[in-house]
Design a protein around this ligand. Structure first.
Ligand code: FMN
Ligand code: SF4
Ligand code: SF4
Length: 262
């Protein structure tokens, strides 16, 4: 079983790609309420790095979900725009409290999606392409590692000052920067409802033909990136001119629904 969470599709692509090669089923974390493992079954956990750590919705899920049986092998794969800090260390601790050992952790660089702070920009198309191709080129080896039940941290990208970023900046980021109060749909909004459909947390409702953000947001930016009119802004940081990105499945030979339709 591969558990996954994704805002803009990068992590979903990784989860689908590994699952297809491993013959595993995928389970979307926001829709899972309990986990049951058959004898010998493996567990994979795939997610994007948020603020040099595991997204709170993923770690909260792992802390609380009811589990029956034990996976024979546990791996995680994260996607990040740049680097992870001590994400693996955080996840290892969360799993240890559930009596599980994280056997292997894989880091995959993918195009950046975060644009909610001034100065945070999307990757130029060539960089986005080379990050994605670099990740795809590691899939066969990753599947080999998983198949041989390898242990360790693979393709590590800790970046500088990992302790400071993961243990000091991350809590500040969540306390002060994760909010949906700054999202706004401008005049170009046609009321198509795609932003609501593509929110992995179902945090957007349509009221009188306009999106309304309901306060349970993880700032994944899927609504912003997928708006066909680029009508959504986030304060003064993201809006027209900031650019949009989400993983387009047809670029690579992987099938599956888009995130949010799972
Ligand atoms: C709220 C938020 C925080 C992020 N923090 C980091 C980070 O600390 N380090 C990093 O390299 N990328 C960071 N990113 C970029 C994403 O991890 C990266 O683009 C990821 O592949 C997005 O995956 P997704 O498409 O599955 O949502 C962040 C993105 C978001 C939305
Ligand atoms: S996706 Fe864009 S155009 Fe469609 S309802 Fe949302 S904000 Fe409006
Ligand atoms: S409201 Fe937008 S940014 Fe917040 S979780 Fe939903 S799609 Fe992501």
């Amino acid at each position: 079983m591969i558990l996954w969470y994704s805002g803009c599709g990068n992590s979903r692509f990784v989860a689908d790609s590994l699952a297809a090669r491993l013959g595993e089923k995928t389970v979307f974390i926001p829709q899972a309420d309990s986990l049951s493992f058959a004898e010998g079954e493996i567990l994979g956990i795939v997610f994007p790095v948020y603020a040099w750590s595991v997204p709170n919705l993923v770690s909260d899920f792992l802390r609380k979900v009811s589990m029956s049986g034990r996976p024979a092998y546990v791996f995680a794969a994260c996607t990040c725009g740049d680097n992870t800090g001590y994400t693996a260390r955080v996840l290892r601790k969360v799993l240890k409290r559930r009596g599980l050992e994280l056997d292997a952790f894989f880091t995959f660089q993918m195009p950046n999606t975060y644009v909610n702070l001034p100065g945070f920009k999307l990757d130029p198309p060539e960089l986005a392409k080379s990050k994605t191709e670099g990740t795809v080129s590691k899939f066969d080896e990753t599947v080999h590692f998983i198949g041989s039940r390898a242990k360790g941290d693979f393709y590590r990208l800790l970046g500088g000052s990992p302790f400071f970023k993961t243990y000091i900046l991350k809590p500040l980021f969540y306390a002060f920067l994760i909010t949906d109060r700054k999202f706004h749909a401008g005049e170009d909004c046609t009321g198509c409802g795609l932003c609501a459909k593509m929110c992995p947390l179902k945090n957007i409702t349509m009221e009188n033909g306009r999106p309304r953000w309901m306060g349970n947001c993880t700032n994944c930016d899927s609504c912003y990136h997928r708006c066909p009119k680029n009508a959504i802004s986030f304060g003064k940081a993201a809006g027209k001119g900031t650019g949009q990105y989400y993983f387009k499945q047809h670029t690579f030979s992987i099938s599956g629904n888009a995130v949010g339709q799972a």
